[in-house]
Ligand binder design. Structure first.
Ligand code: TYM
Length: 351
């Protein structure tokens, strides 16, 4: 049975990249799938343990989930730390995964910088907790932006190694689920999760530099559109976005070597639910001076209602906490069902 899981860290404001890479897909998957969406507060400790505004940030991401249209009655919305089974499974995965696998993660290399010896052990083990988030529900599909691809490959490696290492126990206990591995069908405990990284823009780039991804940590606020930006800020940032002097091409091949144009066309496509080819069919031959105002109108149209709704929901932190509490209760039951089996497979004594 298909099950969707994804997570967002409570660090900084959400931006258009988070929206198009993640939230918009979370919302779209609700009609066809059972979904679990998590604010991964434990992950945010890997960068800085002391966050004065951690609780506030956690509520703000939750408000963004709800404002974007996730229904917390039909699906599960919760914060990671309330379901301790994530941390428990992460420990087991720390013993499954190899240090070499973690050392190869580009995100670890980027975040740890030159002084790797001084990075937190949590930062190194980050992907192991991420694998636990997903696999503690035995989730099959994970919608994310392109930057999480490597972490999801590692999640599959961990699942596969666990399945191999314990294959006879899994078979004896009849806990296997049938899954496709390439051409073959195998029986394993953890599914080999599929990333869902599709759509016209899987990596939204900075508005100031088409070679860098849009990110919460970029010092320039002009580089990103925040979900909380008002109409004026959105229009100003799009107007100031870096472009080249050429008109838009009429076909996709013409975007090659033009990263800023590719990015803006991709954003337009994703926000309007069209393909890049459709957008170019409409705007090919036009200058950015015509395209940018159309993009700004579209972005304001799609994003301002979310900002307004986020403000309305954020005014009631008691309601947000009740959503998280209720979601955590439902998540915990599912996670505990998996952990009972995991403990038994491994041979840990429990009830
Ligand atoms: P985080 O909090 O950095 O980002 C949340 C989601 O936003 C996507 N994203 C982008 N997509 C397109 N363009 C961009 N410029 C852009 N920037 C961010 C991310 O790909 C992500 O989908 N490790 C994860 C959180 C996590 C998780 C999980 C995700 C923890 N456990 C389990 C999935 C499943 C992260 O740091 O995302």
């Amino acid at each position: 049975k298909e099950l969707v899981f994804s997570g967002v860290q409570p660090t900084g404001n959400l931006h258009l990249g988070n929206y198009l890479g993640a939230l918009q897909k979370f919302v779209a998957l609700q009609d066809s799938h059972e979904c679990i969406y998590c604010v991964v507060d434990l992950h945010s400790l890997t960068a800085t343990l002391v966050h004065e505004d951690l609780a506030e940030q956690t509520r703000s991401i939750t408000a963004a989930f709800l404002a974007a249209g996730i229904d917390p009655k039909k699906h599960i919305v919760f914060n990671q730390s309330q379901v301790m089974q994530h941390a428990e499974l992460a420990w087991i995965f720390n013993c499954v995964a190899r240090i070499g696998w973690m050392n190869r993660m580009t995100q670890f290399k980027d975040k740890a910088g030159k002084d790797r010896e001084n990075a937190s052990l949590g930062l190194l083990a980050y992907p192991s907790l991420m694998a636990a988030d997903i696999l503690v529900y035995r989730a099959t599909h994970v919608p994310v932006g392109d930057d999480q691809k490597q972490h999801l490959e590692l999640t599959r490696d961990i699942a596969q190694k666990f399945n191999n290492d314990f294959s006879s126990r899994i078979a004896d206990l009849c806990y296997g689920v049938e899954m496709d591995v390439g051409e073959e069908k195998v029986n394993g405990f953890f599914p080999l999760t599929e990333p869902l990284i599709d759509g016209p823009v899987t990596r939204v780039m900075s508005l100031r530099d088409g070679s860098k991804k849009m990110s919460k940590s970029d010092p320039s606020d002009l580089s990103r559109i925040n979900l909380t930006d008002d109409a004026d800020a959105i229009s100003k940032k799009i107007k100031k976005a870096k472009t080249d002097p050429e008109a838009l091409p009429s076909e996709e091949a013409g975007l090659e070597g033009r990263p800023e144009a590719l990015n803006l066309v991709g954003i337009y496509a994703a926000l309007s639910g069209k393909t890049r080819a459709d957008v170019l069919a409409d705007f090919g031959g036009r200058q950015f001076s015509e395209f940018k105002p159309a993009l700004a109108d579209l972005a304001v149209d799609k994003l301002s209602p979310i900002a307004t709704e986020m403000r309305r929901i954020s005014a009631d932190p008691g309601y947000i906490d009740s959503v998280l509490r209720e979601g955590s209760g439902r998540a915990r039951e599912k996670a505990e069902a998996t952990m009972k089996m995991v403990r038994e497979i491994i041979g840990l004594i429990g009830d």
